[in-house]
Design a protein around this ligand. Structure first.
Ligand code: NAG
Ligand code: NAG
Ligand code: NAG
Ligand code: NAG
Ligand code: NAG
Ligand code: ZN
Length: 354
């Protein structure tokens, strides 16, 4: 599958046969079918109201609308809610009221993003009883800047770790450093051995667009090992309608490692005389010839060509193994190429001149 940006230029550069373009940038229906894959089988069924609940035991539940996840812990001192995606919205309140008569007393922000926290006010602004809200210091700063009535600033903040003990339940919160967001935290329920870190691991799927739209890719990559240092049986990544486990974390780590290696190789072989598809001298000559003085144009074509080679190499192993490699795989290659260049100093032909 080719994305639309690259294909016409590739055809030009290679002087040849234009490949069928389904258009990464456009909506189309030519993606691989997911029937029978773990990604689909792992989804729990939704009720007629549009949500489903997994019961993990010892008062721990996941509520999902099929695309987003909320963690619920029922304690003798009130219900603890982690995240309130707007798409699940008021169904969260319905689901909790159907589970227990114990009221919600604690709300935790996994991170600042509106797609996971846009219904936070349903709990944060509850008055009877009042709800204690908790988030990382950086998340609090982001929410203060956002001034979003749907995501009120938290009452309790922490820099490194915070342990919430509520009646018979314990949640350990920990900040691993900047990665997906400025203040994305690990949320660990030791009694149930549940670990939640949102927008980090996607059970059965490649990550969401651009390596989970993360702010700092090295931090997001390092979080894989931090997660694996925990003793957990159930993993919640905040996305899709099914929980994951340790195997899913290891699988995604392998995917990201392959992506890193393939993109590094693609950058290194893009030197003059290297891979003819990404040869920076050939691309510059052609694009600058057609667009005199347009340095950004030659750079854009070059970087996308490198990402394309990385994407194709990665797809050889992962297409069909993790769902939606055909959907988001190119965006991941592009993001990894950029991070390799800027964060990891793998500049290929643009390194220190000899
Ligand atoms: C995929 O699933 C859909 C909906 O359940 C079904 O109609 C279709 O026949 C399935 N296709 C294959 C190839 O199994
Ligand atoms: C804590 O208490 C709640 C409410 O009674 C119960 O549902 C849950 O199973 C208990 N959890 C643990 C870990 O004992
Ligand atoms: C239980 O769930 C249903 C369906 O979402 C909802 O209509 C009903 O109001 C809920 N019950 C309570 C007590 O909230
Ligand atoms: C929630 O409460 C905050 C004050 O804590 C207020 O600024 C905000 O407008 C409220 N949001 C809604 C949706 O009522
Ligand atoms: C994780 O779940 C998958 C699918 O259900 C299973 O095959 C695998 O053995 C599980 N891994 C662990 C460590 O439990
Ligand atoms: Zn996010």
């Amino acid at each position: 599958m080719k994305h639309s940006l690259f294909t016409p230029l590739a055809a030009l550069l290679l002087g040849g046969t234009a490949l069928a373009c389904t258009g990464f940038a456009g909506v189309h229906d030519h993606f691989l079918p997911l029937n029978g894959t773990f990604a689909i089988k792992n989804q729990i069924p939704l009720n007629s109201a549009g949500y489903g609940i997994s019961h993990f035991g010892k008062g721990a539940y996941m509520i999902t609308d099929g695309a987003y996840q909320t963690l619920i812990l029922v304690s003798t001192d009130g219900v603890i809610v982690v995240d309130a995606p707007p798409t699940t919205g008021r169904n969260l309140q319905h689901a909790i009221a159907n589970l227990t008569s114990i009221p919600v007393r604690y709300f935790i922000y996994s991170h600042s993003h509106a797609d996971h926290a846009g219904a936070a006010y349903l709990f944060a602004n509850q008055s009877q009883p009042a709800v204690t809200t908790i988030a990382h210091t950086n998340t609090a700063a982001q929410l203060a800047t956002a001034k979003d009535p749907l995501r009120p600033t938290p009452q309790i903040t922490f820099d490194k770790t915070y342990t919430l003990v509520a009646g018979n339940q314990t949640l350990r919160l920990s900040f691993p450093g900047i990665g997906h967001d400025l203040g994305n935290i690990l949320i660990y329920a030791p009694r149930q051995k549940i670990l939640m870190m949102v927008d980090q691991i996607y059970a059965g799927w490649v990550p969401f667009w651009n390596l989970a739209a993360s702010l700092y890719i090295p931090g997001w990559i390092d979080a894989h090992d931090i997660i694996l240092s925990y003793d957990f049986d159930i993993y919640l990544g905040g996305h899709m309608g099914g929980a994951g486990n340790r195997t899913d974390v290891e699988t995604q780590k392998e995917y990201v490692t392959d992506l890193y290696n393939n993109c590094a190789e693609a950058l290194l072989e893009s030197a003059p005389g290297g891979n003819p598809r990404t040869d920076i001298a050939k691309i510059s000559e052609k694009v600058l010839g057609d667009n005199p003085g347009n340095v950004w144009a030659q750079f854009a074509v070059y970087l996308d060509a490198v990402a394309e080679v990385c994407y194709e190499k990665t797809s050889e192993k992962w297409l069909g193994r993790l769902a939606a490699q055909d959907v988001f795989g190119f965006s991941h290659a592009r993001t990894m190429v950029s991070s390799l260049r800027l964060d990891y100093d793998v500049l290929g032909p643009n390194g220190v001149r000899g």
